[in-house]
Design a protein. Structure first.
Length: 117
């Protein structure tokens, strides 16, 4: 199944890795480097899934997840957090904030694809 995926990630290398792997599996990928660009993107096109980095310039991924969950138009879009923050406390905070899943960096593209399915 092909999905529209919004990647919210500020590191160009990870953006490219995700675009390549997701595109290779037939997904349509939009990239936003920060929460502001992600919000603007979602005004025009609702994604089927959001891959969200925690540590972004400006508003954090946690703040964006809260905003998404608080918006009736966006609240049902699944969110997978992709982050270097691997402490149990951070994982719990990410999940309690609204993430549906949590993957720590570095991550395996195969694991990510399995979680997206």
């Amino acid at each position: 199944m092909s999905a529209s995926i919004l990647v919210v990630e500020d590191e160009p290398g990870i953006q490219e890795l995700l675009k390549f792997n997701l595109g290779h599996h037939g997904h349509e990928v939009t990239v936003a480097a920060d929460a502001e660009a992600a919000t603007a993107s979602m005004r025009d096109n609702l994604p089927d899934l959001i891959l969200l980095d925690w540590m972004l310039p400006g508003a954090s991924g946690i703040e964006l997840a809260r905003k998404v969950r608080g918006d009736p138009r966006l609240k049902d879009i699944p969110i997978i957090m992709l982050t270097a923050r691997g402490d149990e406390r951070d994982k719990i905070l990410g999940l309690e904030t609204g993430a549906d899943d949590y993957i720590t960096k570095p991550f395996s593209p195969r694991e990510l694809m399995a979680r997206i399915k």
